[in-house]
Design a protein around this ligand. Sequence first.
Ligand SMILES: Nc1nc2c(c(=O)[nH]1)N[C@H]1C(S)=C(S)[C@@H](COP(=O)(O)O)O[C@H]1N2
Ligand SMILES: [Mo]
Length: 300
Amino acid sequence: MAHRWTNTLTHADVTPRAAFLNRRQVMAGLAGVGLAGLAQRSEAQEALEPNTWEDITSYNNYYEFGTRKDDPAKYAHTLVTEPWSIKIDGLVDKPGEYDFNDVMSEMTVEERIYRFRCVEAWSMVVPWNGFELADLLNLAGVQEGAKYVAFETAYRPDEMPGVQYPVLDWPYREGLRLDEAMHPLTIMATGIYGKPIPKQNGAPLRLVVPWKYGFKSIKSIVRITLSDVEPPISWNMANPREYGFYSNVNPNVDHPRWSQASERQLGSGLFAKRVPTLMFNGYEQEVAGLYEGMDLSKNF
Ligand SMILES: Nc1nc2c(c(=O)[nH]1)N[C@H]1C(S)=C(S)[C@@H](COP(=O)(O)O)O[C@H]1N2
Ligand SMILES: [Mo]
């Protein structure tokens, strides 16, 4: 593991449930203002316990396989992920088709436990395995003048039953500003819980940008293009009033049809707990600087 980020959680950071409950019991027996903050901190820590493999791989959004949450787990097995290559083009020194296995042999894979917040106001905590997108972009050599990175998912009507429906203008497209793409929190995930990432989660590699709504985290990527103009993205093309290019998690900017102030924290239990949504999904300290001086309600 190359380095650790303050908001990069590993299993070691997760408070075991029993220890947490004990501490709470101890605190309940104590009075004092100072302890309230401490109790709150433990609460936040506890909330970062990763979801189960079952949660993460059975409740998915991957519209190329259908729009129900259980469709991807049912149908994504038809996606052929071997061999796989990623076309990297545009403003790069070494454009071309990059074989997935060749890329993997160059990358350092780490575990990153991140909060994952969908624009639909549900969230999970996922223990991803992956490498920094910056490392891949540097492999291709980003040219002076590149300002944005565009991504495309595979479009394969024979393997993707959902693309016969015009839910989106396929292929699924996403984009980031170059500085967002180069940020060390931005990863290409290739695994979950130390296993290869399942097809319903975007095998063999998908983007994860933890401070943005989940739809920015585009799956099964076949193309990455560096350019000097903001690229069109699928959800913004479908509904520009509801989905902006930035889509940073922001409890103060509501979706036109629902509040973003809180979220349902999904768990394998019987019900989901409603918790307040954090600015930049809890990664404010790391990423707020990227948006200094911007009006976040306009650049939503
Ligand atoms: N190609 C593609 N990527 C996609 C989507 C999709 O429909 N197609 N859904 C997005 C949305 S809305 C979310 S919330 C996440 C869900 O990721 P998960 O299923 O791994 O939790 O994937 C994102 N990436
Ligand atoms: Mo989402």
